[in-house]
Design a protein around this ligand. Structure first.
Ligand code: SAH
Length: 289
């Protein structure tokens, strides 16, 4: 079948030593994590079982992990014994490190010869500033690899029984952020175009400004009775899903303060939940997802 010289995944999965205990990844099959490199890795939306094999391999082979607030601490339990853990998010009352500080730190660690795992929630290139970090690594000449992850705006919907696309509902989907670099509702979004372009709109970081965003979408032609679904802590045992409408979304958020992180979904993807909402009952007791 011309699979090339590398081993197929089935070879190591079916070897006897891999069948006992948790499969160790085969160093020959997976890329070598070289000193002085930065791997920018997505950890998925939260449930540890949703991280990729490449993410696991990186955890097992790095010298230092620089991780964000949205990374589930349970995922860090898979890190190699002896690797350092550096937190790069907001902590207590202290101001969060700036993007520049984080990037400089990654460069400093790589230049000191470490294998640097930059671990981010979801997918590093989906509203995760991964592009900005890579850009600086590239211009500084630091070698890097990007490991995509399952983004909350797709995987999180799946855990709430909503397909991001379905032929009966939507042939397109829009991903949008609810605030810009200044923390305000993004000004350079054509809300009318967004309102009319796609039956389903998936919004990250949108809870805070949901009232304003909903108003902009309705002013742009979106119906007030369009369903709005808020998925908080998606894929985690404490996941919560709330339902409202575009017209009621602002008041709903004020009254109910849905927990964050949360994904907000506008549109009839919500209609599938009555049939497809599978993540409940004993299924939630499994800490892996
Ligand atoms: N790179 C990430 C997104 C980072 S922006 C990704 O691909 O998923 C942060 C936003 O992501 C949060 O404000 C929230 O809207 C969303 N998010 C991340 N994890 C989430 C989770 N487990 N449940 C719901 N929303 C989540």
């Amino acid at each position: 079948m011309g699979l090339g010289p590398t081993k197929r995944i089935g070879d190591w999965v079916s070897s006897p030593e891999q069948q006992t205990g948790f499969a160790r990844l085969d160093a020959e099959t997976f890329p070598s994590f070289e000193p002085g490199w930065v791997w920018l890795v997505g950890a998925g939306p939260g449930a540890p079982g949703l991280m990729s094999l490449m993410c696991f391999h990186a955890l097992q082979n790095c010298d230092v992990v620089v991780y964000d607030a949205l990374v589930n601490p349970d995922i860090l339990r898979w890190v190699k014994v002896g690797a350092e853990l550096e937190y790069a998010g907001k902590r207590g009352g202290k101001p969060s490190p700036t993007q520049k500080d984080i990037t400089l730190r990654l460069i400093e660690l790589a230049q000191s010869g470490k294998r640097v795992l930059r671990l981010k929630g979801g997918d590093p290139f989906m509203f995760g500033r991964g592009g900005e970090e890579c850009q600086h690594l590239a211009t500084t000449g630091i070698p890097f690899r990007i490991v995509p992850g399952i983004t909350a705006g797709i995987g999180g919907l799946a855990y709430a029984g909503m397909p991001a696309t379905h032929r009966d509902t939507n042939h397109s989907v829009i991903f949008l952020t609810g605030h810009d670099a200044t923390g305000n509702m993004p000004a350079n979004v054509n809300w009318q175009a967004v309102a009319l372009a796609s039956p389903v709109i998936v919004m990250y970081m949108a809870v805070k400004h949901l009232g304003e965003i909903a108003a902009a979408l309705m002013a742009g032609g979106r119906a007030a009775d369009d369903p709005v679904t808020i998925v908080s802590n998606a894929s985690m045992p404490h996941q919560e899903v709330a339902s409202t409408t575009l017209g009621g979304a602002g008041a709903f958020v004020e009254a109910n303060e849905p927990p964050t992180p949360a994904i907000v979904v506008v549109g009839k993807a919500a209609d599938w939940r009555s049939l497809l909402d599978w993540y409940k009952g004993p299924l939630r007791e499994n800490p892996v997802g």
